[in-house]
Each structure stands twice: as C-alpha cells, then as structure tokens.
Design a protein around this ligand. Structure first.
Ligand SMILES: Nc1ncnc2c1ncn2[C@@H]1O[C@H](COP(=O)(O)OP(=O)(O)O)[C@@H](O)[C@H]1O
Ligand SMILES: [Mg+2]
Length: 271
C-alpha cells in the first residue's frame, strides 16, 4: 500500500474522550500498541473497555482525541483504518437465516474478496474451529460457542494486521478458548498485533505482553506483568489502593484478589 507506514505503532490513541450525554465514559486515553504485541486492556465492568474498542473499530466516534491504526486516522481515513482491523465484538451479531458458509462469503464480499483463495481460507477456518460439518446449517441452529467461532473466522477473513477482541473468552468452551489463545499467539508470531479487552486477570496474564488497567474511563496502570508488580510493590500508592479509590465495589475486589494471586504466582523474571 503506497504511503502507508508499516514501521510505526499499529495502534495509537491520543487524548481520547467519549461522552454519552453528560456522562464521560472514557477520560482522555493515551496508548501505543507496537507491532507484534498482544496488548491487554483489563478492567472491571463499566470501566470503558467496550466504548474504547468501538472507537478503535470505527463504530463510535470519539468526542475528543485521535485514534490511528497503522498510521491511518480512524475518523478521517476510516476505510484504511478498518481494513487493517479484525474486530471481534463482545455481542455477536449474525444473520440467523444464513448458513455459516453463506455468512462468511457475505462478510468476505463486503471486503471485495471472492474466488478460490477465499474458498480455501473459509475451509481452513471452518476446519480449524470444527465447523466444517455445520457450513450449510442455518446460524439459528448454532450454539453460542459456534456463533463465537464463526464470528472470529469472519473477523479474520480479510487478512487484518490488528485483531481487536472484546472479552474473547466469554461463552467459549475450554477447548475453543485454548484454540483462540493459540490463534492469537500464532497471529502475532507472524507479525500481527492484538488488542484484547478482558475483565479477568487470568486471560490477560496468560496472553498479554503488556497490560493497561482501566477503571472509570482512566488508565491507572500500564506495563508488563513485571512492571505492574513493581508498581504495586513500590512505596506510596499501591496498585490495589489506586484501584479501590478510583473504582470501589465487590467486583473490583475480586479482580484485585485475582491480580494479587497472579502476581505472587508469577514472581519470576519477565518473559
Ligand atoms: N450508549 C451508552 N449510553 C450511555 N452510557 C453508556 C453507553 N454505553 C456505555 N455506557 C456507559 O459507559 C460506561 C462504560 O461502559 P463500557 O464501555 O461498556 O464498559 P466495559 O466494556 O469496560 O464494561 C458504563 O458506565 C456504561 O454504563
Ligand atoms: Mg464491555
């Protein structure tokens, strides 16, 4: 692609704000995700993860600030930016009256893709996710997990550079969750990048090179697991205290318990 920067960060957020009426859901986010990185966006429910992801995917417009995907501005160059993203939403929307195969061909057609290469790709995804025998069945007969897998396949059909996933493990059985993890890892090994939101620390810890913790629309900690641990151990404000002060509530405490446990288990040198 002419004039496209393939060396800079794959994703950049600068002063990104989102207001819903008088309520500010995202309060000035600054973030950079480098190529080849799995970046985790961790926070309790209501923290602003989905809002941020929908702005990255170009579905919601930011109230303020800029978002760039591989250098392309999401607002002023939406086509370029979207082409580079494979977006896997938290709430799947699928056409019930299409078969799985028809849905994948429909999505591919939106990207102008068809022909033998596409058919091969579709077969590959269907077989990877054990959906081959369901290819001609209507989506309305699919289980939640099957829908999720079809959706993941549809997001990857156009060869994106950045996979953006919102709460990916919800609704997947252990085998599919494992498959998705392996898929995301092999995707970054081949030069892709991943931005993944989750409310569970286990998912973030198992997958991510760096993690940003978001609470009430603000990033309260950012770094590798080791760096987060150092921040948490440093004198002054503990990660836990910051977290509780900014958010509060039982759910946050659950998250922190998990964080604590994981940090203790980890202990060793950074990956
Ligand atoms: N369309 C909307 N209108 C008004 N408030 C919203 C809307 N979508 C989300 N919110 C609010 O914004 C905050 C962040 O929500 P969300 O981005 O979905 O968080 P998360 O994905 O981290 O759970 C929540 O307080 C939520 O209630
Ligand atoms: Mg969400």
């Amino acid at each position: 692609m002419a004039g496209v920067d393939h060396t800079g960060p794959i994703l950049e957020l600068e002063g990104v704000v989102k207001r819903y009426g008088g309520f500010t859901a995202v309060k000035g986010l600054d973030l950079r995700v480098e190529r080849g990185e799995i970046f985790g966006f961790l926070g309790p429910n209501g923290a602003g993860k989905t809002t941020t992801i929908r702005m990255i995917a170009g579905i919601l417009e930011p109230t303020e600030g800029r978002l760039r995907v591989g250098g392309a501005d999401v607002t002023s160059e939406p086509g370029l930016a979207k082409e580079r993203i494979g977006y896997i939403p938290d709430r799947p929307f699928l056409y019930e009256k299409l078969s799985g195969g028809e849905f994948l061909r429909f999505v591919a057609a939106l990207w102008g893709r068809e022909g033998p290469e596409l058919e091969e790709r579709i077969e590959k995804f269907l077989s990877l996710f054990s959906l081959s025998q369901w290819e001609d069945e209507l989506i309305e007969s699919y289980s939640h997990g099957m829908r999720q897998k079809l959706l993941i396949s549809s997001a990857l059909l156009h060869d994106p550079e950045l996979i953006v996933v919102d709460e990916p493990m919800v609704g997947l059985d252990p085998r599919s969750a494992r498959l998705l993890k392996d898929l995301l890892r092999s995707f970054v090994e081949r030069g892709g990048s991943v931005f993944l939101s989750t409310h569970t620390l286990e998912v973030a810890e198992a997958l991510c090179d760096r993690i940003a913790i978001i609470a009430a629309g603000e990033i309260i900690a950012l770094g590798t697991m080791e760096e987060l641990r150092a921040q948490s151990d440093a004198g002054g404000a503990h990660l836990e205290e910051i977290f509780l002060k900014v958010t509060g509530g039982a759910e946050v405490e659950d998250l922190l318990d998990a964080l604590d446990g994981a940090l203790r288990r980890r202990g060793g040198p950074p990956r």
